[in-house]
Design a protein around this ligand. Structure first.
Ligand SMILES: *Cc1c(COP(=O)(O)O)cnc(C)c1O
Length: 361
């Protein structure tokens, strides 16, 4: 039996340290913000090679608050990938702005920089690339288009902890970079958690204020914020796990390269990595026109798989009012019918690739 992802194994590997960290917070008498949150922010910003980090309650809030910090509001348009998890689009909608989808590069599944310019209108404010499956989007041409048109760039890095673009960690290439520490992410808490990293002190200060009731000083509210703070219990656990993130990423890389070797002759479309990308393999996604049959066969052989994602945002009832036909975004539509995520995680040995290969044959 090969599980898709084993979260409990991650806990058991670090149990004494995690229990200690949780006990420390419970004993501290401080349950909102405080030292643990500050310490995690300092460690995370150093890891991301950025200047400022602000903890928030989850990844969706990180995206939403980053957009609000940049002044995105009603009537504005934000360019988003057609091929992404719906959170990217929902963050835009939460600002009462409109998501404008752009199709992916068919090789990397990330937003195609060459298609962005034609989607820009006078209402466009921000471009939001997503580093899908842990592989960085092609940031330089995206940043160049943004500069040319006076737009800001907010990165959805919820799947890209530790990934590098042209040698530099994802963390502050764009104006703001948004992180989720949902338990299943490469760096996962034991509940919801998120953060924004940036090199811009004003963006950091505004995200912090927006996430704390629009207040920098207790009971002085300068704008209408929300309650979205990083929980110190989660911060303490994240500090323990962050110390192991590079090791866990290395294990993911070994499994990914074992998949590359053992699946080479299967006829499946395997992930392609551009020479400037150092992905972190949040997911190992293959493609097949007979995806459903393939998934059924793997399930029968006790190999856990998932589909990321079966329904693209433009086909969700949540976005019916945009009146986008399936053919309006044919690549996103096609990928949704063909992608399959194979078991991936730091607690799966590279030998699993051989077993998956056996189950496919
Ligand atoms: C997980 C994820 C999010 C949302 O994160 P939450 O912490 O669950 O709110 C946003 N974007 C992408 C691409 C994700 O994978």
């Amino acid at each position: 039996m090969i599980p898709f992802l084993d979260l409990r194994a991650a806990y058991l590997e670090l149990k004494p340290e995690i229990d200690d960290a949780a006990g420390r917070v419970l004993n501290s008498g401080c349950y909102i913000l405080g030292e643990e949150v500050e310490a995690f922010e300092a460690e995370w910003v150093a890891y991301c090679e950025a200047k400022h980090a602000v903890g928030v309650a989850n990844g969706l809030d990180a995206l939403h608050l980053a957009l609000r910090a940049l002044g995105v509001g009603p009537g504005d348009e934000v360019i988003v990938p057609s091929n992404t998890y719906i959170a990217t689009w929902l963050a835009v909608s939460q600002c009462r702005a409109t998501p404008v989808p752009v199709e992916p590069d068919a090789r990397t599944y990330n937003i195609d920089p060459a298609r962005i310019e034609q989607a820009i209108t006078p209402a466009t404010r921000v471009i939001m690339p997503v580093h899908l499956y842990g592989q960085p989007a092609d940031l330089d041409p995206i940043l160049a288009v943004a500069r040319k048109h006076g737009l800001r760039v907010v990165e959805d890095a919820a799947q890209a902890h530790g990934a590098r673009y042209k040698g530099r960690r994802i963390g502050a290439h764009g104006d703001a970079v948004c992180w989720s520490f949902y338990p299943g992410k490469n760096l996962g808490a034991m509940g919801d958690a998120g953060a924004v990293t940036t090199d811009d002190p004003e963006i950091a200060a505004r995200v912090r204020r927006l996430g704390n009731y629009g207040s920098d000083r207790k009971y002085v509210n300068v704008e209408r914020g929300v309650n979205s703070r990083l929980d110190p219990l989660q911060a303490a656990i994240l500090r323990v796990k962050l110390a192991h993130l590079n090791d866990w990423t290395e294990r993911r890389r070994l499994l990914a390269s074992a998949y590359m070797d053992s699946l080479a002759d299967t006829g499946l479309t395997l992930p392609q990595v551009p020479e400037w990308a150092e992905p972190v393999w949040h997911l190992y996604v293959v493609r097949s026109p007979e995806r459903d049959a393939l998934q059924a066969r793997l399930t029968e052989k006790d190999v856990g798989t998932l589909i990321h994602y079966p329904i693209p945002p433009h086909m969700q009832a949540a976005y019916a009012d945009l009146h986008l036909a399936p053919e309006a975004l044919p690549l996103a539509q096609k990928l949704a019918g063909e992608v399959l995520s194979l078991p991936m995680g730091p607690h799966l040995s590279p030998e699993a690739a051989q077993q998956v290969r056996g189950a496919i044959a």
